[in-house]
Design a protein around this ligand. Structure first.
Ligand code: HEC
Ligand code: HEC
Length: 261
């Protein structure tokens, strides 16, 4: 079905070559690839929702992630290679926005967001569906919160604005959006503690190991504090200096070192 759509899109290139304006190209792209489901004027129909007021962010997201055009009515939109190039996507975005309504614009993103803040936001808002690692998850009703390994920065921002499919929308400040993007990028690139990425998302193991190290350190501290409070008590099973502060530090440092090695 995708192949046949691509074939049907072919004459458009001809229109371009014969000096067709951008508007004409956009119109024929839309009529050939979208109108059958979304209506000639984006009014919607049995096979697709109205596109009035969905906003540039939505059209851009659905086209760049290859979710649209849908291959056939009744299919579920899925992330795949886009069938349009940049220029065609821009033209289609403008064309659909021209149907009216005022949905969200394509968001601006800035590099260098606050990763720690992004982590907080991610854990609170995204991890339940996309998993702590970003690897994705089934979220019920046959919906899948896809892995976050592929989305570009702009696509991440767009997704939070438009809430594709079963995903809710999030009202985030630009700073918070940039922070989330920085954290999602961190999830992708952070190395796993063993040096070998695990399933493409190292931080699963990294998070796990840091919990283990953290707990070990806590247990050591608890042991130490426990001993100290028994110091001098008659019948205390161990000499007071059995576990010195230095020994605790050294043990913790060794463990931490092992974890990072
Ligand atoms: C075979 C039918 C079909 C075709 C062809 C199709 N769409 Fe869709 N489109 C749908 C359906 C169904 C949905 C709703 C998907 C969902 O929400 O799970 C949708 C959703 C969308 C959305 C999201 C709307 C929103 O509420 O945010 C956009 C944007 C969109 N389509 C744009 C396009 C464009 C642009 C084209 C042409 C390049 C296109 N679609 C072609 C069926 C189609
Ligand atoms: C209720 C579950 C849910 C929550 C919470 C949620 N998402 Fe999603 N998300 C989804 C689903 C489902 C999809 C796939 C939608 C589709 O394909 O139609 C998705 C898709 C995405 C995509 C598109 C990925 C791609 O490669 O195309 C991104 C990016 C994304 N989500 C980011 C986020 C971020 C960031 C948060 C937190 C602010 C978040 N999501 C919270 C369910 C959720």
């Amino acid at each position: 079905m995708l192949a046949s759509l691509a074939v049907r899109a072919a004459p458009v290139a001809g229109a371009e070559a014969s000096g067709g304006t951008v508007t004409e190209d956009a119109a024929s792209l839309y009529l050939q690839n979208c109108a059958s489901c979304h209506g000639v004027n984006g009014e919607g129909g049995v096979a697709g929702p109205s596109l009035k007021g969905v906003g540039a962010a939505s059209v851009d997201f659905y086209l760049r992630t290859g979710r649209m055009p849908l291959g056939a009515p009744g299919q579920r939109p899925q992330r795949q290679d886009p069938i349009f190039d940049d220029e065609q996507i821009r033209a289609l975005v403008d064309y659909v926005v021209g149907f009216g309504g005022d949905g969200p614009e394509i968001p601006q993103v800035r590099a260098g967001g606050d990763v720690r803040r992004g982590w907080e936001l991610y854990v609170a808002n995204c991890a339940a569906c996309h998993a702590a690692t970003g690897a994705g998850n089934a979220v019920g009703g046959g919906n899948v919160a896809v892995g976050l390994g592929q989305a570009t920065d702009v696509e991440i921002a767009e997704a939070t604005l438009i809430g594709p499919g079963a995903m809710p929308r999030f009202a985030l400040s630009q700073e918070d959006r940039d922070a989330l993007i920085a954290y999602v990028n961190y999830l992708r690139t952070a190395e796993s503690p063993g040096g070998a990425p695990i399933g493409g998302f190292g931080p699963v193991a990294e998070g796990f190991v840091s919990v283990v190290i953290g707990l070990t350190a806590l247990v050591l501290v608890a042991l130490f504090v426990g001993r100290r409070s028994h110091e001098g008590e008659p019948g205390s099973p161990l000499p007071a200096d059995a576990l010195t502060e230095a020994a605790v530090d050294e043990a913790a440092a060794t463990r931490a070192g092992e974890g990072r090695a």
